[in-house]
Design a protein. Structure first.
Ligand code: BG6
Length: 474
């Protein structure tokens, strides 16, 4: 496409950046906060826990001032459920409410739109202890109560809401679901039941959002990796189609169309993963679709067909948390056309554009990029410089493809890079950094937790100031 044909970013485009509570806040047991499944997770010997993180809890004003300096139009953050309800469903903890009031007010002071994730992995441990958390239908009522409290308390200032972050990841990581010691197959069976409950919980909150007369937008944040076929062999193309349903679209079909995709249902049935559905469930889903979709995109995947055999019968899968091989369906392989991050995530900006087009064609809802970024070993130089050109390159190429998707007609409300500041990576601790702002600490040395702007901070500042024009400069 020719430059002259590319549409500009809309004037009200929400330029932003994201974080999540447990990855930045620290203060894990301060001011009455209850324990989440993250706080009680078994410690990994070579990476930090989440108890201090970036200590944002004690740096709130300084961090928001940095956001304002950068020119952010929107800031996506999550609320820690156990700061608000330490037991998940008991008494309100006013100190937690005060903290988020301060945060939201500080953002509003600088005209930064808050984009609130209601729940991002840090589920209350007390609910797991009480009744097994998401595995029980009781979880729907408690999530709804918590979310309704947030809508009523912060809804006068918050227009944009994300219901649940990456529930497909929640169901696949035993610690995030609060499950201990069970087989991989049992984990998935339980996980798909939990998935059903999370979809119902989301639908109930969307229903309440409308009943309260709220005029903003609400939807889930889903993780989505575009899936290429390895070759033009129709078997590989079929594998990519099936993998797209089983890994990605099944979830949005539930949220947005209120139905279990047929291919997915068969997949669940053949493997004995079918969830229990009660009368009225599917109506609730159908009647309460989201009004926007949050998209977390980091990389694409490439798959080959994986025929069953006596060695690999139906039900065989590689025991990786996120599915990388399922007998009879697909196997993830390297894509020689793409380079990868230090953690092997294949960098594919066109994959983002393909994803946005697919989602908009399929669901016809406005999209917002809620996560996109590169984890890297950033180096703080002696003169307090961090030369993260690889991050600028990554973001620039993705933003170019995003603009092309807008030009092609996709309705995109905004873009939130992951992440505003360095945070504790979900699986790799502090050494895998994502932020525009460096946090001066390592996994096991807290140093001074000083905030330092990386080169990418200044670059993104220019991107925002130019409403995106700067992404076309070399
Ligand atoms: C998403 C999560 O899965 O990916 C974030 O919503 C996470 O919480 C991000 O940090 C990157 O993953 P990781 O494992 O590199 O931190």
């Amino acid at each position: 496409m020719d430059w002259k044909d590319i549409e500009s970013y809309p004037n009200d485009f929400l330029w932003g950046a994201s974080t999540s509570s447990f990855q930045i806040e620290g203060a894990a047991t301060t001011d009455g906060k209850g324990l989440s499944v993250i706080d009680v997770m078994e410690k990994q010997p070579d990476i930090t826990d989440f108890s201090i993180a970036a200590d944002h809890y004690h740096h709130l004003e300084e961090d928001v001032a940095l956001m304002a300096d950068m020119g952010l139009k929107v800031y996506r953050f999550s609320i820690s459920w156990t700061r608000i309800f330490p037991q998940g469903n008991g008494e309100v903890n006013q100190a937690g409410v005060d903290f988020y009031n301060r945060l939201i007010d500080a953002l509003k002071k600088y005209q930064i739109e808050p984009l609130v994730t209601i729940y991002h992995f840090d589920y209350p441990q007390a609910l797991v202890d009480q009744y097994g958390g998401w595995l029980s239908r009781q979880s729907i009522t408690d999530y709804h109560r918590y979310a309704t409290f947030l809508l009523k308390t912060f809804g006068d200032r918050v227009k944009y809401w994300l219901t649940i972050n990456e529930q497909d990841h929640v169901i696949r990581f035993p610690s995030r679901l609060g499950i201990k010691e069970c087989t991989y197959a049992e984990q998935l069976r339980l996980g798909y039941q939990a998935n059903h409950h999370m979809c119902l919980a989301t639908a109930r909150v969307i229903q309440t959002f409308h009943e309260l007369g709220m005029t903003g937008k609400i939807g889930p944040a889903v993780s989505y990796s575009w899936i290429h076929p390895y070759s033009a062999n129709p078997m590989d193309v079929l594998a990519s189609k099936d993998a797209t349903i089983i890994k990605n679209n099944y979830l949005l079909d539930l949220h947005c169309k209120g139905k279990y995709n047929k291919v997915f249902w068969r997949y669940l049935e053949e493997r004995h993963y079918l969830p229990k559905i009660e009368a009225g469930d599917m109506e609730l889903l159908r009647e309460n679709p989201p009004t926007m979709i949050g998209v977390n995109y980091y990389y694409s995947e490439t798959v080959k067909a994986f025929p069953t055999s006596s060695e690999y019968p139906i039900g065989y899968h590689k025991e990786t948390p996120l599915p990388t091989a399922e007998a009879g369906i697909f196997e993830v392989v390297n894509n020689e056309q793409l380079s990868a991050t230090d953690w092997g995530w294949e960098i594919d900006p066109i994959g983002l554009r393909l994803t946005l087009r697919e989602l908009y064609d399929r669901y016809e809802l406005p999209l917002i990029i809620t996560e996109n970024g590169i984890g890297a070993y950033d180096k703080l130089e002696a003169d307090d410089k961090i030369q993260d050109d690889y991050r600028i390159d990554y973001l620039q190429k993705h933003l170019q493809q995003l603009q092309l998707a807008i030009t092609e007609g996709v309705d995109i409300l905004g873009y939130c890079a992951w992440s505003f500041m360095d945070l504790v990576s979900g699986r790799n601790g502090m050494e895998k950094r994502y932020g525009f702002v460096y946090i001066n600490r390592d996994d096991f040395d807290l140093k001074d937790l000083r905030r330092v702007k990386k080169q990418s901070f200044y670059w993104y500042q220019k991107v925002i100031r130019s409403n995106g024009k700067y992404i076309w400069r070399d």
